[in-house]
Design a protein around this ligand. Sequence first.
Ligand code: ARG
Length: 465
Amino acid sequence: MAEQQGKTIKPWGGVFTEATDELFEKFSESVSFDSRMYKQDIDGSIAHARMLSDVGILTKDEFEAIARELAAIKETIARGEMTFTSKLEDVHMHVEKALVDKLGDVGRKLHTARSRNDQVSTDFRLWIREAIDRLDALLLGVQKAFVARCDDDFDVVVPAYTHTQRAQPVLAPHVWLAYVEKLERDRERLADCRKRCNTLSLGAAACAGTSLPIDRNKTAEYLGFERIAANSVDVSSDRDFAVEFAFDMAQIAIHLSGWAEDWIWQSTVEFNFLKLPQAYCTGSSIMPQKVNPDVLELIRGKSARVVGNLQTLLVLTKGIPLAYDRDLQEDKEPIFDSFDTVSICLALAAPVVAGMRLNRQSIASRLEEGYLDATSFMEYLIRLGVPQRTAHGVVGRLVRKGIDSGRPLAQFSLEEFKAESPLVDENVYKFLGAVNAVNAMKSYGSTAPEQVRFQIDSWKKKLGL
Ligand code: ARG
């Protein structure tokens, strides 16, 4: 790179008569973060060069020299031996400069029919495609951890809550599978986002395409892209795939945060439902008795930055005029940060789920508090022909009596029931109590033991357990 009055001349510098300001150089560089995409950048360049030789723009020898040197540059960067400088702006210019240093004019041909605009979009798509596959594997790991404990926990009945008030009894695995369903939707969303990531940008060049006889089908094939962007102006400006990915990661973080919240309060002395594995907890320097659920608090807390990153991308892309604008360089850090954050949260969630111990006795000892069987009782009356609204009133009055006399419904005499509704017979006791209420369930997707068994078996098959 030629120097002029101590300042670097850029590869784009032909028209310039003044050197770049140094503060601006530091301000505008992206190599400090986009070097993370060096593998994708080099893979994209090798595919581009191969295509250029297919169509006769490069000779076979030129392509082979370029491919060989790019592979060597990849190794150099992997070994940490590449010196990055803000004078060379971004990863693309570093790789190209290293190639030109080795190959001279042959290296100078690589950027034929290409702009950094379609190049950076390609690199980012390739990077996100891989990131999606890694997140999918991590999500699967958490799903497996939940499903793997379903058999052991099958006989545990826990309260389900609405408004954080005791609502109805459910099997513990029914709750585990609720999280599995959420994570499955996260995986589906990622798979859907992957489709739109999997579009070739290269060939759009700066924004209008190229007059050179390129073959975009070949480039797509070499990089494993499923389709080719049909509009060069659109694809130069398109960051929908990144925004979507940011949303998908935010949704994962929100799901994890909700789960973390549940288990934080369920691990308190007040609830005493579960014990977290100590390897993921910390103590207090002043209160010797403390075992704090820090891993869950941090999973809950870190969701904030992941949600913030989505906001950053939405605001970044709002009102950007067609086509490429340098603002778009700001798209990478939020995505990298969300990916790193969500990855480590998922990697920690799996062993926390596997290592959690249910305090079965403590759960069972308070299961008849809170009239979890009230709906079961009401549905028994409905089956006897009592209109729902009437049955609701009957059960409500009996629950009131229970609260006043400090008794669960199962401890009422048949006479007391009959006094409220003459249709009640001794069968009523088969539907009272939390366990009976669970066993009385029938509907598809309910906590009926046979339904839960069916779902556990389906998930085991689906997840390969
Ligand atoms: N570093 C830039 C980015 O991340 C690469 C594209 C630069 N294109 C340009 N026309 N200056 O967006």
